[in-house]
Each structure stands twice: as structure tokens, then as C-alpha cells.
Design a protein around this ligand. Sequence first.
Ligand SMILES: NC(=O)c1ccc[n+]([C@@H]2O[C@H](COP(=O)([O-])OP(=O)(O)OC[C@H]3O[C@@H](n4cnc5c(N)ncnc54)[C@H](O)[C@@H]3O)[C@@H](O)[C@H]2O)c1
Length: 426
Amino acid sequence: MAAQTETLVASDVKDIALADVGKRRIEWAFNSMPVLQTIRKQFIKSQPLKGIRIAACLHVTTETANLMITLRDGGAQVVLCGSNPLSTQDDVAASLVRDYGIPTYAIKGESNDVYYSHIMSAIDSDPQITMDDGCDLVAILHSKRREKLDGVIGGTEETTTGVIRLKAMAKDKALNYPVIAINDALTKHFFDNRYGTGQSTLDGVIRATNVLLAGQNIVIAGYGWCGKGCAMRAKGMGANVIVTEIDPTKAIEALMDGFRVMSMADAAAIGDVFITVTGNKSVLDREHFERIKDGAIICNSGHFNVEINIDALEKMSASKREARGYVDEYSLKDGRKVFLLGEGRLINLAAAEGHPASVMDMSFANQALSVEYMVKNHKSLQKDVFPVPEDLDRLVAKMKLDAMGVKIDKLTSEQEAYLASWSEGT
Ligand SMILES: NC(=O)c1ccc[n+]([C@@H]2O[C@H](COP(=O)([O-])OP(=O)(O)OC[C@H]3O[C@@H](n4cnc5c(N)ncnc54)[C@H](O)[C@@H]3O)[C@@H](O)[C@H]2O)c1
């Protein structure tokens, strides 16, 4: 549905009447984003992004809204589209349009065609900076909208999967401008991927199913940053956690963290709830559905909906029905039932609200400061993928600690000299 009154900025949101609720929720999240609050105050004064056009393709959540407002207050002209068809919070999208004048193209449950048309609308704004989550915006810009490429001076990328895709583009010399990998900042993946995904993924499973986790066998596929978070939180709720991995070192880490590790083929037969967080495809596949327990719950919290082979599940099923919101019941031809959550899309954003604001505070502080850095430094950067500068990463950590009222020690000059010296051993 297009925006309904002439005074509104161009947009495609579900219902502008949802804006009142969205505005209150955006303000609520901002209370837990003290680092972004400080950056916003600085941006209002110094206007580092004055006149810069930014196209952002991010999950349209309350936290993202606060990032968009911060960039706008720094002088940027921002256009936002969703980075996943099921992750948009429709009330937030409505408020961004009505209350903050930020053109937004995102509707929860949109078809793939509408999803891509929304990305096209963001690209139509002739961005100088792209801000992506999963690399779909960048991929479309480089394939279908190449005429817009020359105007782009740089970009940022939020998530692991997007950084992997960008590095592949850079390796093939296909990337046309420098991009900062926000995900690789320590103040991003240590906290957002681990504690954010850990908590919100279980929140998504619980909201969708109301299942009791205590005593259940929960299988976590992938023991990376997100997987560690999910495993840690599931254990805390009394689940028996089983980890599957393809990386021997991560598998040992999971074992030494106290989890059982086995192949998915073995886990399939005993798991009650399965969560994939690998960034890979077909991690739960036909061979696993052949062994899976009757009544198993399966879901994904990795970026794309390819981690569970849904086509294979469809083909093995005699029927499918919606058991409750975000829960599809597949009845296999042999009578077993398998429950797929959130159509295999990021369950924490589909069925819950995504990461808590307090953790997105650091991720989005990295985004805001990195955009400022890119605007200042893009001329000296090659067409490649760059880390967040270490001083910015440390600054975000320092600002977060300050906001939490936590003091830490400083190196004395004697300690600094000791650490810098190779001759002093004792
Ligand atoms: N749900 C969210 O809100 C959210 C937040 C951040 C990241 N992500 C996404 O989650 C995914 C994982 O991110 P991460 O930061 O944990 O990545 P990571 O690289 O730290 O971890 C991925 C792990 O999966 C393992 N793996 C790969 N293929 C596997 C397979 N077939 N079976 C078992 N394990 C396998 C890898 O060895 C690795 O240890 C990415 O797609 C990322 O974009 C989602």
C-alpha cells in the first residue's frame, strides 16, 4: 500500500495508522541505546553527513529506526528498505514515514518480488553510501542497476553472511567501491551475534511455540558466534544441548564448553528442537528428515532461508497446515510430523523482535561512526572490504562502559614500557 497522504514522504509500508505504536516502541528502544544517543548529539552539532545520500537495507526494527534517525540528524538523506521479507516491524516502518520523514519500503510478509522491488526503490534514490545487511542491496546494484554504481563512494555491511559475499566479490574484482565490514568489529560480533542472537533466537522459538526448553534435546547447527550464544542460553534454560559442526576446532571448543557434539545424521534421530546458525545451505536436509523424531521443531537463525532444505521437506510431506502463527506442521508420508518455524527465515526476527536494543547500541554505533569515517576517507580506500578501524571499535567499547557506569584500570607508564619492551622478562 502506498503512502496515503501527500504530506508523507514516498514509501511502501503496511499501514500508516500503526505509526503511534511504532513511535512509542522506537522511543522505548532509544532508552537502551546510550552510545547511539551520544553519537546523535554529536552528529546534530557537527553534521558530518550533510547532504550525503544513504540507501540502507536493514531489518526494519526499533533499533534500526534509531540508527536511521541518527544518520538523518547527522545531515544525511536516508532511504530504508527491509533486508528480509519477514523481519519488518510494520508499526516501526509506519512511524519512520509519518513521524520522522524517512522514506521506508518494507512490509512484513512481503513476497520475494515485492522484497526486491523495495530494494530497487532504495537504489532509485541514487545513494552515495550503501548500508547493507546480507549484501542483497550491493549484489543488485552490481548486477541489475550498474548505472547507479558510479555515484557510490562506499558502504557498510552488518552481518557475517554479507561480509562473506562481499569478500567473494572483492576477490573476483567485482566490487566497485570500498565497504566496511561492521560484523567484524569486536564490539559487534562478540556481543550482537553471541548475546543478541543467543537470547532473541530462543525468544523467537518460545514465542512461536511456547515450548518448555528444560529437559529437551536442543540441536544447534554451527558453533560460531551466533551458535555459541544460542547454545549458552539454551543450556541456561535447562536444555540438553547438542552441537553439530564441520570445523574440528569449533567442535572441540563446543565439547570443552560442556556440550555434546555429533554429526547431524546422529543428532537428527534424538533432537527435539533444531536451530541452524551456520550461514550455509541444506544443513538440515532430506537424509536428516528421514531420521528426525516425530514432533521435532526445526528453525533457522542464520541469514538466509536456505539452511533448512524446505523443498525436500515439502516433497517428503503428504500435507502441510498452519499449526499456529509462525508454525507450519508438515505431515510426512510415513505419519511423522515436523514443525517448521517462521518459514525457515531468521526466527528471532520473524517470531520475536530481533536483538535487544542494548546490544544493537554497539552494532549501530559502529555503523554510524563507520559511515562518518567512509565519508571522510573513501578517496584513500581501494575497492575492497575493510575492518572497522580499531580506534573506532575501542571507542564504542569505551562509550558503552561509560554509559554503564563501569570503570576499568589504565596501564601505568611502567606497565606500558614493560609491555613494549622485548628485553625485560622479569
Ligand atoms: N539471527 C540473527 O539476528 C543473526 C545475527 C547475526 C548473524 N546472523 C547470521 O547467522 C549466521 C552465522 O553467523 P556467525 O556470526 O555465527 O558465523 P560464524 O562464521 O561465526 O559461524 C558459523 C559456524 O557454522 C559452521 N558451519 C558451517 N557449515 C556448517 C554445517 N554444514 N554444519 C554445521 N556447522 C557448519 C562454521 O564452521 C562456523 O563455525 C550467518 O548467516 C549470519 O549472517 C544472524
